[in-house]
Design a binder for this molecule. Structure first.
Ligand code: AMP
Ligand code: AMP
Length: 337
């Protein structure tokens, strides 16, 4: 029924995105390196696979693809595989506001946005001498927690900076919040002016989530350094009494985005990555302004989308539904960039 094709890079949350697109009546296209073709082609909801020799070749294909009615749904692999500025380089209709993605990519701008939204944020440090608590060092360009380092105090920090050949200007340094990670997945519909909580997950990170498997008396702290490489996700439901606050946090973030990237602000899927402390405070460590891979848990809907919809709605499907709605209303250009 629809001549539009929804396309994405074959990785991260591609399967969920294209399954959702097919369920909403679109044609689907996965673009990935040739070696992955057999794997992706086994899924009946993928109509077409374009095999690349290397990821950046996708950018060279843009010209040919522009002649077709293609809508690209970006996810976490875009920047990882296409490099910095990937969103701007993809010259195809894109679901999302590129101005927002640009703000997200700059940690300082991101934090000023989140503080405008009155979220609780970890303290950031720009000088080693000021560090008076445990910190996490996020090396520039580090992805998915890989390359993050923990320092328990100022001395530990200085020695790790020296050891890794980094200086304070090449890293982003945040107070380390001791609590549990809670990742809040939202969707904001600009057409229906509605915010939806799509799901919640926690991450499974190596080695930090494995350190507890070794008894403390067997650990040599100079040997086991915590690292945060993302391996997978675990579903979570949260105390119901927290839900109104969580909803309000998402609402404020959308509201604040309108001042930063007017007129459209943030829309579509986004995720507030939080650490919740024993005194029940939600510290936001980061925002992701596109579909996060933790939504892959809920291909058949989540405990939260089940309450909103009487059908299986994943975040991928919710994106496709918004696109379909926009096409039907003749407003496609308002949600594409
Ligand atoms: P991949 O396509 O798996 O190589 O991932 C592309 C980018 O997305 C990398 O920066 C990953 O660290 C990140 N990523 C992939 N899966 C997840 C996940 N489940 N949670 C958070 N980040 C992820
Ligand atoms: P991020 O890339 O910012 O989502 O962080 C990746 C992982 O590093 C998170 O899932 C946490 O386990 C850890 N992390 C990042 N920032 C902090 C923080 N300020 N306090 C505690 N843990 C953090």
């Amino acid at each position: 029924m629809m001549i539009y094709t929804i396309a994405t890079l074959a990785s991260h949350s591609c399967l969920q995105i294209l399954k959702g697109a097919k369920d909403e009546g679109f044609r689907t296209l996965a673009i990935g390196i040739k070696e992955r073709s057999a794997f992706y082609k086994q899924f009946p909801f993928i109509d077409e696979f374009i095999g690349l020799n290397y990821y950046r070749e996708f950018l060279e294909f843009s010209g040919i693809l522009r002649k077709r009615k293609i809508i690209v749904v970006p996810h976490g692999s875009f920047v990882a595989y296409l490099g910095k500025g990937a969103d701007e380089k993809v010259k195809l209709p894109y679901f999302g506001n590129k101005k927002i993605l640009e703000i997200e990519a700059d940690r300082n701008k991101q934090f000023s946005w989140l503080s405008k939204a009155k979220l609780l944020l970890p303290k950031t440090f720009t000088k080693v001498e000021e560090v008076d608590r445990p910190v996490i060092m996020k090396l520039h360009g580090a992805k998915g927690g890989q390359g993050y380092l923990f320092a328990k105090n100022k001395r530990d920090l200085s020695s790790k900076l020296k050891k890794t050949g980094n200086n304070i200007n090449s890293i982003y340094m945040q107070e380390y919040i001791v609590g549990v990670p809670v990742y809040l997945q939202y969707f904001y519909s600009p057409l229906e002016k509605r915010l939806e909580l799509m799901g919640i997950d926690k991450r499974y990170e190596s080695n930090v989530d494995g350190i507890g498997r070794i008894p403390a008396f067997n650990q040599d702290s100079s040997f086991i350094e915590p690292t945060f490489t993302i391996i997978g996700n675990i579903p979570l439901v949260i105390r119901e009494s927290y839900l109104p606050l969580i909803y309000e946090m998402g609402r404020r973030v959308v509201e604040a985005s309108l001042q930063l990237a007017s007129p459209r602000g943030l829309y579509g899927p986004f995720c507030l990555e939080t650490i919740v402390t024993p005194d029940q405070k939600f510290y936001c460590i980061e925002i992701s302004c596109r579909i996060v891979a933790g939504t892959n848990l809920f291909v058949n809907g989540s405990p939260y989308t089940d309450l909103l919809y009487n059908e299986s709605i994943s975040t991928g499907r919710r994106i496709a539904r918004e696109i379909r709605l926009a096409i039907n209303k003749g407003k496609l250009d308002t949600i594409l960039d």
